[in-house]
Design a protein. Structure first.
Lengths: 493, 121, 499
């Protein structure tokens, strides 16, 4: 831990945070420089996370003590295997920023451009911080950073219903944050510490399991709202569908995952839910709710005719996959859930960016208007097809691997009915993606299409990179397993 | 007996009451501003709870001054630091919410949740 | 003996590369044809180069990308896989020629040929899959790659058929996935083995449930009644698709899967012991499957009788014929299994001839219904002659291909002491005659309505495949006992499985 690289665990949070703070100044000076600046900051962060990822895989988890205060007195950053997700956040954040360039120029007023990039950097910084922190209260603070910038980003477009969607999200989100805060308070009152590993240790000593159970319930509810689990999903479709498309990509691909990461931290790092202590049938309830989430999400998606709305509902059902995998609490189940955290981020970011490219180019977002769009934008639609095949879980694409592991996990945990629910849900999912593909490729265009007319390169390149990722992550599925396997082994110890 | 117990922990009781009042307001009031006021009440209740956790009866402020005698009881400073952060977060949430409401009013001409619901379709 | 070799990977890969090339440069007609034909020939050569060694019992293996313990991409060419691969790659060449002729002047040819190539690639993948996981991967890819071909016409009918196709096959796929996961959980591996990977210690009831799951999953593509609904409606696809995919690749993938399950997952010995008692009645897995097959054989034939649409009649005939294979496998007797496996090839050549004929007639005269075919033998004598050969083969007339199958399956039924299935085979032969011969009769002996009897055959690209396949039908029957024929390979497969 010598030199600057020793401070990388905190720098990956601080750099985008400072970058965000500087963006308005840069925007004031030269508005055009906002986007390159944001991209540069994210690239830099990405490089640091990559470095940390390599270190992690070589030497195991990295603990970092803020201001050299030893935990539990000081705040600890703990770069463990779950925190490897920061790599994904930084990479996708970078791609989304690249994509945003033309989109923002067209859709937003000029005065809002620097605000937009500030918020994007803020939300990314929040997510990175959320994932790496080892402190319960910091978890809450970063959650709020993410949420606040999220609310603002949804409404930034300024179209009629966006403020409504943002407000709905804000109200539900604020209550969920309160739940988390209250949970932290409860835990603090019985353990007297905020450090996750310390709390985890103290929980085995205290006999106030009832208080701990209440806190667990509060955490689960709070994070379930963020993750949009049934029945707390009501805010998601509007928020994700009405936000500007690059923002939707971030929200759907990454921000909902903070709820998931929160659950992982609470369930496995803090409560050690597989341990000897009994906190009631929390996991069972979650697993069944996840099953319902999968089916209902897919079911509602089928009846949408706005593609972004479809993708949003699809996010709900995919969150169901992840939560199901986690709450099975069997080796394969958790592996599947964690892989899907990553793979769904990949797939859904692709889908929303594609939707963004289409809306940018044509201005249409209803399925009926998009008939025959495959002839006009073959690359974008090709990417949608790849992502759709992925998310449906057709091998050998990214989405299949998690399906395989979660089903295996369900059988391992002795709950084959859940596997059945997952398969049923995935069949529903097929139904509506086939609707999109049919409309795009196999139906006569409604609006005249004369020639290939693709989105600009700054949009296509991120899309193509992500789409190729969807294919590669199916074939090289073992790559994320290098981080996931030790993580799960740690959880189940 | 119960009354005594409640009385001894009256701060927790009030926090709970406030939380419930807040939640009730958020759920039942159609006006968005009132909804948000409910949320603020909930926040206040949580802050009250956290401060209570760290409170020590007869405790003094955790500041060391010269010539202080030994054995003085301090209140736990950490929860106070926490709610300070919490309050900052709450204030920014409120600011953002109010800004959104202004936008919403400009766009839709109303802040009534039922009316807004009608406009969505 | 296992030998590590790259060729099992090369064979599926080459048509995948071909598909990419067609997507990229396929707007040019010449290049498109060049890619299609050269890759099909190349693939055939690769597959055939492994053929002699395969006959001697050599197993070629390629292992790729293990991504979790016990799961990975394994391609493994045993005799059964070889059999299926030879079959599909041979027929691909013929069908490609036919398709070039048939698709002349159709829309979206680039898409058609590209997906056609992907389908064949995945079919060979199914054949070479060394574990259930790989098998499933290719099986699902096949489903997806076929979809654009089924809805090629883009008419409302085609879209509806495509939807039906996806609903059926993907549901089946889900069941297979579930069953595969369960197998992995029970056995700790999914690698196919010559004598099965499961054992009785997992509990008879669990195993039986697993067996039923697998059969229902693969049964969709194998069109076992009542899971056959998609096949007749998928006949809206262009004829080369119906011919290669719905007589060979897709449906055979299902049957092939069932064979794999019975012999390589459960194993011959385990299946024999797999008997559950259901309210006092003993049901054995083998007889359950055989019963389903028997019902499908008769039911499919009866349904075929009712069809006037030429291709639909062929489709129902396919349904019934596929169950010959399933029946042969389910009899759990050496001769039966051999007959079943060899029918993979025999049925393919016979049925593909018929589809080619149906397509040639439709392309040339526009007639799609059997009631319109009066005197077609006067106009297209060679075409109808090939059809006659194929239908006689189907009926089981010696020395044609179909006879070999029926002979061995009947033998198998006797070996298994289930003579009732001999009766089923005889009834089915009779029904075959009942629905094929009227077409032949009408073609040769009823004068055309318009009185026009001038000979006008279809283009050579359509005619030649018909003739070649018909010759194959004769050859497969005449030379059935020579060393280098499918039967020898089927025998090799059986001897390893039943050891």
């Amino acid at each position: 831990m010598a030199g600057v690289s020793g401070h990388f665990p905190i720098l990956i949070v601080v750099v985008p945070l400072v970058g965000a703070a500087l963006t308005p100044l840069i925007g004031h000076w030269r508005r055009r420089l906002c986007m390159p600046w944001a991209a540069l900051v994210m690239l830099f962060t990405f490089a640091m996370t990559a470095f940390l990822g390599v270190r992690l895989s070589l030497h195991g988890p990295i603990g970092y003590h803020l201001g050299s205060w030893e935990p539990p007195f000081g705040i600890e950053i703990y770069f463990d295997y779950v925190a490897a997700l920061t790599f994904v956040i930084a990479l996708f954040g970078f791609l989304v920023i690249i994509f945003s360039k033309r989109y923002v120029e067209k859709e937003l007023e000029e005065a809002k451009i620097s605000t937009y990039y500030t918020l994007i950097l803020l939300i990314l910084a929040g997510m990175i911080g959320f994932v790496v922190t080892g402190d319960m209260f910091n978890l809450f603070v970063f959650l709020e950073i993410i949420s606040l910038s999220g609310y603002a980003l949804i409404a930034i477009g300024g179209e009629k219903l966006t403020a409504m969607a943002a407000f709905k999200y804000l109200l539900v989100g604020a209550i969920s944050s309160l739940c988390v805060l209250l949970g932290v308070a409860f835990l603090y009152s019985i353990t007297g510490t905020l450090n996750m590993r310390d709390i985890s240790h103290m929980l085995t000593l205290t006999d106030a399991t009832r208080v701990a159970s209440v806190a667990l319930a509060l955490f689960i509810v709070g994070f379930a709202v963020k993750a949009a689990m049934f029945p707390l999903h009501i805010w998601l479709p509007d928020a994700h569908a009405l936000a500007p498309s690059p923002v939707s990509a971030l929200l759907s691909g990454l921000v909902v995952k903070t709820g998931i990461v929160g659950m992982i931290r609470v369930l496995f790092n803090v409560y050690r839910i597989n341990g000897p202590l009994n906190y009631g049938p929390v996991l069972n309830i979650m697993a069944w709710l996840a099953g319902i989430t999968i089916i209902l999400g897919a079911f509602f998606a089928f009846f949408q005719n706005d593609i972004k709305m479809m993708f949003a509902y699809s996010t709900i059902s995919n969150i169901g996959y992840i939560v199901m995998g986690l709450s099975l609490a069997s080796y394969f189940g958790i592996v599947g859930g964690l892989i899907h955290v990553f793979n769904h981020a990949l797939i859904k970011t692709t889908l929303f960016l594609c939707a963004g490219a289409i809306i940018y180019k044509t201005g249409y977002r209803k399925l009926a208007d998009l008939q025959g769009i495959g002839k006009k934008m073959p690359i974008t639609m090709g990417a949608i097809v790849i992502a759709a095949v992925s998310i449906v879980g057709i091998p050998p694409t990214a989405g299949f691997i998690c399906k395989w592991f979660i089903i295996l996990g369900a059988i391992e945990a002795g709950k084959p009915v859940l596997a059945g629910m997952l398969l049923l849900g995935s069949l529903f999912i097929v139904a509506y993606y086939v609707k999109i593909i049919n409309a795009a490729f196999f139906r006569e265009p409604v609006h005249e299409i004369t020639e290939v007319d693709e989105a600009p390169a700054s949009m296509l390149i991120p899309i193509v990179i992500l789409a190729i990722g969807c294919l590669l992550m199916g074939v090289f599925a073992y790559a994320p397993l290098a981080f996931i396997r030790p993580a799960v082994t740690g959880f189940l110890r | 007996m119960i009354v005594q117990k409640l009385g001894a922990n009256f701060n927790y009781v009030i926090a709970t009451l406030l939380f419930c009042i807040g939640l009730f307001t958020v759920i039942t009031k159609p006006n968005l501003i009132k909804k948000f006021m409910g949320l603020n009440i909930m926040e206040a209740s949580v802050f009250l709870f956290i401060v209570s956790v760290g409170a020590v009866r007869e405790g003094s402020a955790p500041i060391v001054v010269k010539g202080m005698e030994k054995g003085v009881q301090f209140v736990n400073p950490l929860p106070q630091a926490l709610i300070l952060t919490g309050i900052v977060v709450a204030v920014s949430t409120t600011a953002l919410a109010l800004a959104l409401m202004i936008k919403l009013y400009e766009q839709c001409g109303t802040l009534d949740a039922d009316e807004l619901k009608g406009m969505e379709e | 003996m296992e030998v590590y070799d790259i060729r099992p990977l090369l064979a599926p890969l080459i048509s995948l590369v071909c598909a990419v090339l067609i997507f990229w440069l396929g707007d040019n007609t010449f290049l498109r044809r060049l890619f299609s034909i050269s890759s099909s020939v190349l693939k055939w050569m690769i597959v055939m180069s492994m053929f002699p060694a395969s006959l001697r019992g050599v197993v070629y293996v390629t292992e790729l990308l293990p991504f979790a313990r016990g799961i990975g991409f394994i391609l493994r060419v045993d005799a059964l896989g070889m059999f299926f691969a030879v079959l599909s790659s041979t027929l691909w060449i013929i069908t490609t020629v036919y398709a070039i002729g048939y698709m002349e002047g159709e829309h979206a040819r680039k898409r058609f040929f590209a997906f056609f190539a992907i389908c064949v690639s995945t079919t060979v993948g199914v054949a070479f899959a060394g574990n259930l996981f790989t098998l499933f991967v290719f099986y699902e890819m096949l489903t997806i790659a076929t979809y654009p071909l089924v809805i090629h016409e883009e008419t409302p009918d085609a879209m509806k058929a495509g939807r039906k196709y996806l609903v059926y096959t993907l549901t089946g796929g889900s069941l297979i996935l579930f069953a595969t996961a369960m197998t992995f959980y029970l056995a700790g591996t999914v690698t196919l083995s010559e004598n099965g990977i499961l054992s009785l210690q997992h509990g008879v009831n669990t195993l039986f449930f697993l067996f039923v799951l697998f059969i229902m999953g693969f049964g969709v593509k194998a069109a076992i009644m009542p899971l056959h609904g998609w096949l007749p409606s998928a006949m809206v696809a262009p004829t080369p698709v119906s011919a290669l995919l719905h007589a060979v690749a897709v449906v055979k993938a299902g049957v092939f899967g069932i064979t794999r399950i019975v012999y390589n997952v459960f194993g011959f010995h385990l299946i024999k012991q797999l008997v559950v008692h259901f309210s006092g009645v003993a049901i054995s897995a083998g007889s359950l499957l055989a019963l389903a097959a028997a019902i499908t054989i008769i039911g499919g034939s009866l349904m075929a009788l009712l069809q006037d649409d030429f291709k639909k009649r062929l489709a129902y005939s396919t349904i019934s014929q596929l169950s010959y294979i399933v029946l042969g496998v389910a009899l759990l007797a050496p001769s039966g299994a051999m007959g079943g496996i060899v029918h993979l090839a025999n049925q393919a050549f016979m049925k593909i001839t018929m589809f080619f004929v149906a397509g040639a007639i439709a392309k040339k005269t526009g007639k799609k219904y059997i009631s319109q075919l009066h005197g077609i033998g006067f106009k297209m004598p060679i075409t109808l002659a090939t059809f006659t050969v194929a239908s006689l083969g189907m009926i089981g007339l010696p020395p044609l291909a179909g006879f070999i199958t029926k002979w061995y399956i009947c033998l198998g039924a006797l070996e298994a002491k289930q003579a009732v299935f001999v009766a089923i085979m005889l009834i089915s032969s009779f029904l075959n005659a009942a629905y094929f011969l009227p077409i032949v009769y009408r073609g040769y002996f009823v004068k055309p309505v318009d009185g026009d009897t001038a000979v006008s055959e279809a283009h050579w690209t359509l005619l030649a495949p018909c003739i070649i396949c018909a010759l194959y039908v004769i050859a497969l029957g005449l030379f059935a006992d020579l060393p280098f024929v499918p039967l020898a390979l089927a025998r090799e497969a059986m001897t390893t499985f039943l050891r």
